[in-house]
Design a protein around this ligand. Structure first.
Ligand code: MD3
Ligand code: FE
Length: 238
């Protein structure tokens, strides 16, 4: 069976060992189903508010002129290829929304959860969770075949972990290595409610979203179609 076929089979019939937390790389922890359906629906409502402005959801244009298929709204700091700014100078010049306190607290809980799971028990990393203070979040919206190519996130001056939350359609997430955008990599299905934390040596690994499986969002997540991904970051800027 093709790789695509295998993944699509897994969508309807998840592997039994798919439910627990998993260490995907050093410092990279996948915690399936971390957000409850109630939390997911509440975040989807906030997403509706964020997209009302002052900066709209937008597809960033890369330096070569290529427009990304993923659309993004930012909190705390506005990301544009390849820097963080306080105003959306590449969109409409408006100031970026604040990063809400609840998201900082959620980020701390996420880090503590990921680094205390049995697979990833790392007391030194877990101890840092209380001090974790993300100051930027990129909120990505995937619709109609949107995908994200392999890249590294290195516009941040800090090496602090990135916290990622998924809501809506299931996607294939490709977690690579720090040296090249090609193999070796590990493919992981990310479903609605999943948490992924990227710290330590995994912080600067190449990664991407080769595919979103349309129509796989669970009934109770608050989205009928499409996928939201929130990534919290510490920019290290001031
Ligand atoms: C590993 N987002 O916004 S989340 C991004 O699903 C981004 O929208 C994808 O890659 C998405 O930059 C993947 C997982 C993720 C996010 C940030 C990372 C993995 C990461 C930063 C460093 C290493
Ligand atoms: Fe990224």
């Amino acid at each position: 069976m093709s790789e695509d076929g295998l993944f699509e089979l897994e969508l309807v019939q998840p592997a039994v060992d798919d439910a627990g937390p998993r260490l995907v790389g050093p410092g990279a922890v996948h915690v399936p189903g971390w957000l409850t359906p109630v939390q997911q629906r509440w975040i989807v409502e906030r997403f509706g508010e964020w997209t009302r402005g002052p900066v709209p959801l937008r597809a960033a244009t890369l330096p070569g002129g290529h427009q990304m298929s993923v659309r993004t709204v930012c909190l705390g700091w506005h990301w544009q290829p390849y820097k963080y700014t306080r105003t959306a100078s590449d969109v409409n010049g408006q100031p970026v929304l604040d990063l809400p306190d609840w998201m900082v607290r959620l980020g701390r809980k996420a880090l503590a959860a990921a680094y205390t799971t049995e697979v990833a028990a790392d007391p030194s990393l877990a101890a840092l969770a209380g001090d974790y203070t993300p100051d930027a979040a990129l909120v990505n919206w995937y619709q109609d075949g949107a995908a994200m190519g392999m890249h590294q996130d290195k516009d941040e001056a800090s090496h602090a972990p990135v916290v990622s939350l998924s809501i809506g359609d299931t996607c294939r997430f490709r977690f690579g290595n720090t040296q090249t955008r090609t193999k070796p990599y590990t493919d992981v299905l990310l479903r609605s409610g999943d948490l992924f934390v990227f710290g330590g040596p995994s912080r600067f690994a190449f990664h991407g979203i080769p595919k979103v499986f349309a129509g796989t969002a669970p009934q109770d997540c608050g989205l009928e179609h499409g996928r939201i991904n929130i990534t919290m970051r510490v920019t290290g800027l001031s």
